[in-house]
Every structure is written in C-alpha cells, then in structure tokens.
Design a protein around this ligand. Structure first.
Ligand code: CU
Length: 158
C-alpha cells in the first residue's frame, strides 16, 4: 500500500514536469517570393528564443536582410543566402528590416517577437490537486488503521 502511494505521487510529479518542458524553440524561414522583390512571408511572428532563417538560393537578383536598428544583418546582398538569427530572451518587440538593393521597391519585412511566457505548472489557488492529494492521505491512514487492527487482533489471540 505504501509503495502504491509513492507511485501515485511520482506519477503526479512526472505529469507536472512534462507540462513545463513543452517550450520548444522553433525556426521560421523567410525567403524571396516569385516577384523577386518581396520577402516571403513579409511578416513573421515568433517567440523569444526562436530563430529566423533568411534562406534563398539561385535568385535572379541579389538580396540581403538588414534590420533598421542593426540587430541583425545577413551581409552583402547575394543570390544565395543562408543566414540564421536567433532572437534571444529579452529581444521581444517589432523589428523592421530591408533588402538594401531593393528597399526603394518596397522589399521590407517585419519580425514580431513575442515575450516568452513561462507556463505555470500548478494553479496559484488551492483548487488544483484536491482530487489526488487527500485520497493519498486517506489511503495511508486506512492502511495504518488496518495494520494496527491486524496487529492487536493477533496479539489478543496469543
Ligand atoms: Cu532584394
């Protein structure tokens, strides 16, 4: 009975830690569309910790991706670019960037970085584990009473 209770507690703890491990870092790819003068997609929304990968090859024209505030810069415009930039924790905000040779044609993009919100494992109020925790206590108490009754009965019969 005691070991069964421990298994139950362990299962509850394990379920909680699986829930908190669900923050996955993602990579979002920005490329150039068929007009040769637009980023595709023009606007992406990510979460802090995610990476934006500027990736194109065999383009008719040479492009680059440079943020207006200087946070990221893929380098010289090229027909083949594979440049990744990770938006670290604390970079939440909106970033506009341009393709230097084609800014005047409107080749501008936007990256929206949302703050990373940590998901709480347990609710802040006490309604969370009402179901499981007391039942473990009742089971434990019942086991002790049962054991005590058995012991006293045995000692009485001797
Ligand atoms: Cu361009």
């Amino acid at each position: 009975m005691l070991s069964a209770s421990l298994v139950l507690v362990f299962a509850v703890l394990t379920a909680g830690s699986i829930g908190s491990a669900s923050t996955v870092q993602e990579e979002v790819v920005v490329t150039v569309d068929s007009t040769n003068l637009r980023f595709s997609p023009e606007s992406v929304t990510i979460t802090e910790g995610d990476t934006v990968r500027f990736f194109w090859n065999g383009q008719l024209l040479a492009h680059n991706a440079v943020s207006y505030d200087g946070l990221f810069d893929s380098g010289d415009a090229a027909r083949d670019v594979d440049y990744s930039f990770k938006f670290e924790i604390g970079t939440n905000g909106t970033y506009e960037y341009l393709c230097e040779p084609h800014e005047e044609f409107g080749m501008i993009g936007t990256v929206v970085v949302n703050p990373l919100t940590v998901v709480e494992e347990e609710p802040p109020d006490d309604t969370g584990e009402v179901g499981s925790t007391p039942s473990v206590g009742i089971m434990g108490a019942a086991t002790m009473l049962f054991a005590a009754a058995k012991k006293s009965r045995r000692s009485g019969s001797t």
